[in-house]
Design a protein around this ligand. Structure first.
Ligand code: NAP
Length: 536
């Protein structure tokens, strides 16, 4: 049988790809990472917008696989900013000498399975073709930005771009009239960060999102030293938490504590770092409609208290979904930005955008002049990166066709009909719903063990069983359907208004059974000698 050039090609040099190539290097596997960008880091290489930072506690976002690395790296802020995060990933790559195993500017255009040679043929955007026995996709959750489709967008005279494409060279926003479309996590970070730098800021909001303070702060040497002594316990807590965070729920029982005690907890959690109000709260506030309404009312009250203008406050309070029912953006001074003279909120529900022209945005009722226009309009989450490549499996079947409507996978790792292709943080894994690196390390370990299993036995082909895939996909569907947010449209439920029709059928792109359950299932399948996978 023809020998391929590589045993493994990894697609993507973001957090997952870096972790995966480290593991493959340790195993002595002939592997190469193909990265479309001009630098490694994925999300943290591409997103350069002002205010971009973690909303996971920094020390839970770093890799846990090396004690030495944990001891050497000093996180300087509780929620580290993008430049520092990119520095961290480069530090990891240098420390473990991973860069020689990463090829940059190597976007994959197509990959086709060849049954005769049991290899993947991978065509790059520059026309180069590489062959590999196995493929491991590490394409990330949110790497395919989506733009709105307003008339005249290409006629705007000034700089205009998606938040993901914020220029890498410094962009001077001072004394500029800036417009931002979108108030998800990216938009909220940008708005809060630049409000006091620009001459005018106009926020074009369609639906508001619930958002609470990030409560970021510096980490000094003493605190970092303390964190280092607690890493084991921190990661143990993350492993117990459904979302992979250093927060565990309060299980006293919503109805067994008094209203005064609840209020005291919520006051404390509102002032606590990160996702505390969501994850260290009573689980009932997420699962029970009445408790969720109570908490939503509480957060609405906190928002009102932060705004000078009650009418603006009402426009910033979501009416179409309860607290925690979409991926919650975290903020630093976001609501206070609207108290500034130079910041204006335009509700597109009151006055939609009619078109973009050379000078700005034409709304139904007025024209707004702008120098810079930013679209913080979200991503084609989880499956977008796969759809962009022409992936063909057994007998030329297209993955895009197979996943038309909604994906189907085995454990979010394998796809029937696409042998020797493994996914880390793939659709229907738990990665879309958790603190990303925590589940990535679980995924990398599992995929690497599977690969090792095949190598040890001299096997050159592996493929998930179709029935097992259907069963997993059903598990993914039932977990999502059980979620209180299953009817709320957001990327969590696979919906993007710029990609899907408003009445599109539900999509199931992430596993909502929680990280501990997911990890347990993966480990059981491994212990069962991968019974659902056909090897040859
Ligand atoms: P997003 O949450 O999907 O938000 C997109 C925003 O754009 C929404 O407000 C949406 O309004 C609006 N929008 C989309 N199309 C529009 C159109 N045609 N006209 C007007 N408005 C439009 O996207 P994102 O803010 O980039 O965040 C995506 C995810 O990235 C987050 O949920 C999070 O997982 C991740 N993220 C994380 C961080 C972090 O702190 N670590 C920071 C940024 C992003 P509608 O709601 O009305 O559709």
């Amino acid at each position: 049988m023809t020998q391929p050039q590589y045993e493994v090609l990894v697609i993507g040099a973001g957090v997952a790809g870096i972790c995966q190539i480290k593991k493959l290097k340790d195993l002595g596997i002939n592997a190469l990472v193909l990265e479309a960008g001009a630098g490694l880091g994925g999300t943290w290489f591409n997103n350069r917008y002002p205010g971009c930072r973690f909303d996971s506690e920094s020390y839970t976002y770093g890799f846990a696989f090396s004690r030495e690395l944990l001891d050497e790296w000093h996180w300087k802020e509780l929620f580290s900013p993008q430049p520092e995060n990119l520095k961290y990933l480069n530090f990891v790559a240098d420390k473990f000498d991973l860069k020689p195993h990463i090829r940059l500017n190597a976007g994959v255009a197509a990959m086709h399975w060849d049954e005769a040679t049991r290899c993947w043929s991978v065509k790059l955007q520059d026309g180069d073709v590489l062959t590999s026995r196995f493929i491991i996709t590490c394409t990330g959750a949110l790497g395919v930005p989506t733009m709105p489709n307003y008339d005249g967008m290409d006629t705007f005279r000034g700089p205009s771009f998606h938040s993901y494409h914020w220029p890498h060279t410094p962009l001077d926003v001072s004394d500029k009239k800036v417009g931002i479309v979108g108030t998800g996590a990216s938009g909220i970070q940008i708005i809060a960060d630049i409000a006091d730098q620009v001459s005018e800021l106009t926020v074009f909001q369609r639906h508001p999102n619930w958002s609470v303070p990030l409560n970021n702060r510096q980490i000094d040497d003493a605190e970092m030293a303390d964190i280092r002594t607690r890493y084991e316990a921190i990661f143990a807590t993350c492993a117990k938490s459904n979302g992979g965070f250093d927060h565990l729920p309060d299980r006293r029982g919503y109805d067994t504590v008094s209203e005064v005690e609840r209020r005291a907890l919520w006051d404390a959690l509102y002032d606590a770092p990160g996702f505390a109000l969501l994850l260290a709260n009573f689980p009932e506030t997420f699962l029970d409609a009445k408790a969720n309404r109570d908490l939503s009312d509480y957060v609405a009250e906190r928002i009102r208290a932060r705004l000078d203008d009650p009418q603006i406050a009402e426009k910033l309070i979501p009416q179409d979904h309860g607290f925690g029912m979409r991926r919650m953006p975290m903020e630093t001074g976001y609501f206070e930005a609207y108290n500034r003279e130079n910041v204006r909120l335009v509700s597109l529900l009151d006055t939609p955008i009619e078109r973009i022209d050379a000078d700005g945005v034409q709304l139904t009722y007025e024209h707004i002049e702008l120098d810079i226009l930013v679209y913080a309009t979200g991503f084609d989450a989880m499956t977008g990166a796969f759809d962009k490549m022409d992936i063909r499996g057994v007998e030329g079947q297209s993955l895009k066709d197979k996943w038309h409507g909604s994906p189907s996978t085995y454990l979010g790792v394998l796809v029937n009909g696409f042998p020797n292709m493994m996914m880390v943080a793939g659709p229907q894994s738990v990665s879309g719903s958790t603190n990303y690196p925590r589940s990535i390390e679980v995924g990398v370990d599992w995929v690497s063990a599977l690969l090792q299993h095949a190598r040890d036995k001299g096997l050159t082909r592996l493929e998930a069983d179709g029935t097992a895939e259907a069963e997993w996909t059903q598990e993914v569907i039932s977990m999502q359907e059980n979620m209180p947010f299953s009817k709320v449209k957001s990327w969590f439920t696979g919906f993007n208004a710029n990609v899907h029709a408003a009445d599109a059928a539900p999509r199931y792109i992430a596993y909502w059974g929680g990280a501990p359950r997911y990890t347990k299932i993966l480990r059981a399948k491994q212990a069962d000698n991968y019974a659902d996978i056909a090897f040859d």
